[in-house]
Design a protein around this ligand. Structure first.
Ligand code: UTP
Length: 305
């Protein structure tokens, strides 16, 4: 079986759901507590055993690459001031990975962004992580999926069960539940308005064969005038076994405001340094009954209403 080493991170979208914050700052660089959103995805890929990481960027997103680069001047300054803890943190980020960067010159859709990574990926299977789908899990989501890929040698996508009223917002799969969190996918429907084939939605993690590239090349612009990855996946489903894995963990859509706030709260509560104090703060604000309480600490300015 071909080795799975490569992970592609499409980061070339406009991030309009988070305007105006993302007009200049890439959404992948918004901080989730103390790390940019993208770093969580990179750490997930590395923890899943992938070491060839390809970032698909666009104009104005160079700060993404800078974040994972060496910052010699900063490191020297921290060394001189004996800020060893900070120095270690900064060095850990720049030595974590070597990134390969490719450009998507026009935002023609997720499918097109993945196609831009073709030469960098080469002839082997590869993973795709959509960085704004942040997943909190004991075992990294991509590693959970990797087990299925290693057993079957076939494509795998991450699935999440959604309430019936939300199926119209996602790509929904149809097929057979195999037990053990596995699903044999026979069809996919993008944002079904009626009669969804199941309640399992495709989430931003994929393990794909290189055969997806010629399919993407032929994929016409679909919904929203964009080249959709789902349209190419549907073609691939016709050519052989294709699996879904209902991952164990919690997913946040950090590419929109509410999802981002929920992720911020949950990640902050789990943070080893600020978690306990943040929990105490929330308790003081909500007074244990879920309602904001006048006992809220006064040192923090209140939001303007
Ligand atoms: P999204 O639809 O979530 O991202 O695409 P977006 O287009 O940036 O966001 P909105 O809808 O305008 O708020 C899913 C992923 O695909 C990437 C995005 O960067 C995101 O990671 N993408 C999307 C590209 O790389 N290129 C594209 O042309 C479109």
């Amino acid at each position: 079986m071909n080795e799975l080493r490569t992970c592609v991170f499409p980061c070339a979208g406009f991030g309009t759901r988070f305007f105006p914050a993302t007009k200049v700052i890439p959404k992948e660089m918004l901080p989730l507590v103390d790390k940019p959103i993208l770093q969580y995805g990179i750490e997930e890929a590395v923890a899943s055993g992938l070491d060839k990481l390809v970032i698909v960027t666009s104009k104005g997103k160079d700060s993404i690459l800078d974040h994972f680069d060496r910052t010699a001047e900063l490191e020297r300054s921290l060394q001189e001031r004996k800020k060893t803890d900070l120095l270690e943190e900064v060095e850990a980020v720049s030595t974590m990975v070597d990134l390969i960067s490719v450009r998507q010159k026009e935002a023609l859709g997720l499918g097109h962004a993945v196609l831009m990574a073709r030469d960098a990926v080469g002839p082997n299977p590869f993973a795709v992580i959509l960085p704004d789908d942040v997943i909190l899990a004991d075992e990294p989501c991509l590693l959970q999926m990797r087990h299925v890929f290693e057993e079957t040698g076939r494509p795998v996508v991450a699935l999440m069960e959604v309430p019936p009223e939300e199926t119209s917002r996602y790509g929904i799969v149809g097929g057979d539940q195999l037990g053990n969190r596995r699903f044999r996918i026979r069809d996919m429907v993008e944002k079904p308005k009626i009669n969804p084939p199941s309640r399992y939605a495709i989430i931003g993690r994929y393990i794909l064969p290189p055969e997806i590239f010629p399919v993407l090349e032929k994929t016409e612009r679909g919904s929203g005038g964009e080249i959709q990855l789902t349209d190419a996946l549907r073609e691939l489903v016709r050519t052989g076994d294709f699996y879904g894995y209902v991952f164990d963990g919690k997913r946040y859509d950090a590419g929109e405001k509410l999802g981002y706030l929920k992720a911020t709260v949950d990640y902050a509560l789990k943070h080893p340094q600020i978690g306990p104090e943040f929990r105490a703060y929330l308790k003081a604000v909500f007074g244990g009954n879920g309602k904001a309480d006048e006992a809220a600490p006064r040192s923090t300015p209140r939001a303007r209403t």
